[in-house]
Structure formats: structure tokens, C-alpha cells
Design a protein around this ligand. Structure first.
Ligand code: NAP
Length: 214
């Protein structure tokens, strides 16, 4: 499967590129800065130029699936949240429909189902994620929405807890485990149509993702 990873250079998306390449997928890594190309090629991906606030179509055309891992970051302010997390995400969804890309796995956030669950400071971000998720679910694409708790740089455990649609506790999860869950979702159609919260837990990732179809 040819997968475009949006947000491929850092954090979860960077780890997802590694995981998808290891799983034998044909991976396109979207980059904003041409100087990032060699690094992404060294990871085994094809580097393609694209920007959520600029041209996207060339990067997206021809792929089988989109994995959205981009984010404006917590220190960039509400305008960047609107431009990247909301409007940028919506543009990728609209283009995926237009270009006939069937599969879309979205990295969202815990509490995006109900932004008022979050603190006042984080509600604008959660509202952006909420709206993008709703638009994705209504798009007709084969969508999966992954909503992790706080992301860490810890080593992966390979074990998670999923809550459909939500978990009753807060917590964290290593980015590497989130990447592994997203890769598994791309490989397992049981996750199509699912929106779920995700934390570190006791269930092996393959089993947790397969259970989304129950
Ligand atoms: N931090 C948390 O605890 C947490 C919890 C739940 C969910 N999330 C969500 O998880 C996702 C990944 O977070 P992360 O911390 O692992 O990643 P990250 O380190 O914040 O990396 C963000 C990625 O997005 C890319 N990006 C930013 N603006 C872009 C634009 N205009 N066009 C294209 N790409 C752009 C960056 O590329 P450049 O190299 O070009 O900047 C980078 O690859 C985000 O959606 C975040 O909202 C985070």
C-alpha cells in the first residue's frame, strides 16, 4: 500500500514512517523544507514537498492512504491551531475525496469527542480536532480516528488500552506505540469507521486493533 505520512519529520509521524517502511509499505513522507528530504529518504521513504498551508495536491495524488500526524504544536497560538490543525486537516480530507484516496487514518487527541472535557487552555485545540474529526467521519472515506492521551518519548511497550468511544481515565502513551497502532489500523480493516481513545495498557496492539471491529 502506498501511504502518505503528513507530519513525517518529527514526533509520532517520524516513527510511523519507520514502522510503515519496516512493514513493507511504499511510504511517501511529506516535507515542508527541501533540506529534510535526505533524512526522510535515509529512512526508506520517498520525500515529497507539501504544506498544510500551501500546495498539497502533488504530494497526495496517487497514494492509497493518508496518515495525518501533523500538528501546529502547543506553543504556536490559536491562529496556527486554526490554520494547521483545523483548516489544514480539512483540506487534506477534501482533497482525499476529490482525488479518490479511499483510506484515511487521523491522529487526533483524547477528549476531541467533547472539547469541554479539556481545560480552558486546551479547548480551542480540542475544538479544532473535534471539527476535523467530524468532517472526516462525514466524508465517506474509510476513516479511523486515533485519540491518544499525552504523548511521551518513552520506549514502546507494545501494549495499549483502547476506549470506544472514550476511556474513563487520563494518562499517557509513548509516541512509538501510537505509531504502531496507526500502522496496524492501516493494515486491519476492522478499524475502519472507528474512533477511539488510546493509552498505554495491557492489551497487545494487534489484538486491540482487531477488537475495534467487534
Ligand atoms: N503532544 C501531545 O501530548 C499530544 C496528545 C494527543 C494528540 N497529539 C497530536 O498528535 C500529533 C503529533 O504530535 P507529535 O508531538 O508527535 O508531533 P510534532 O513533534 O509536533 O510534529 C509535528 C509535525 O507536523 C508537521 N507540520 C507542522 N505544520 C505543518 C504544516 N503547515 N504542513 C505540513 N506539516 C506540518 C511538522 O513538520 P515540520 O518539520 O515541517 O515542522 C512535524 O512533522 C499532532 O496532531 C498533535 O496534535 C499530541
Amino acid at each position: 500500500m502506498q501511504v502518505l505520512v503528513i507530519g513525517s519529520t518529527r514526533g509520532t509521524g517520524r516513527l510511523l514512517v519507520d514502522r510503515l517502511v519496516a512493514d513493507g509499505h511504499d511510504v511517501r513522507a511529506m516535507i515542508r523544507d527541501p533540506e529534510q528530504a535526505d533524512d526522510r529518504r535515509a529512512a526508506g521513504a520517498a520525500a515529497v514537498a507539501g504544506d498544510l498551508e500551501g500546495d498539497l495536491e502533488d504530494a497526495m495524488r496517487g497514494v492509497d492512504a493518508i496518515a495525518f500526524c501533523a500538528g501546529s504544536g502547543s506553543s504556536t497560538g490559536p491562529d496556527a491551531t486554526l490554520r494547521v490543525d483545523l483548516l489544514g486537516a480539512i483540506r487534506t480530507i477534501d482533497l482525499a475525496v476529490e482525488l479518490g484516496i479511499g483510506r484515511y487514518v487521523m491522529l487526533s487527541s483524547m477528549a476531541a469527542d467533547d472539547p469541554l472535557r479539556g481545560s480552558a487552555a486546551i479547548r480551542p485545540y480540542l475544538a479544532a480536532k473535534h471539527a476535523a474529526d467530524r468532517i472526516l467521519l462525514a466524508s465517506g472515506l474509510d476513516a479511523t480516528i486515533v485519540r491518544p492521551g499525552g504523548l511521551t518519548h518513552d520506549d514502546p511497550t507494545g501494549r495499549v488500552e483502547v476506549g470506544v468511544p472514550r476511556l474513563e481515565r487520563r494518562g499517557s502513551i509513548p509516541r512509538a506505540d501510537v505509531a504502531a497502532v496507526m500502522a496496524r489500523c492501516l493494515a486491519d480493516s476492522a478499524s475502519i469507521g472507528a474512533s477511539f481513545e488510546l493509552l498505554s495498557g495491557d492489551t497487545p496492539i494487534d489484538e486491540a486493533v482487531a477488537g475495534l471491529g467487534d
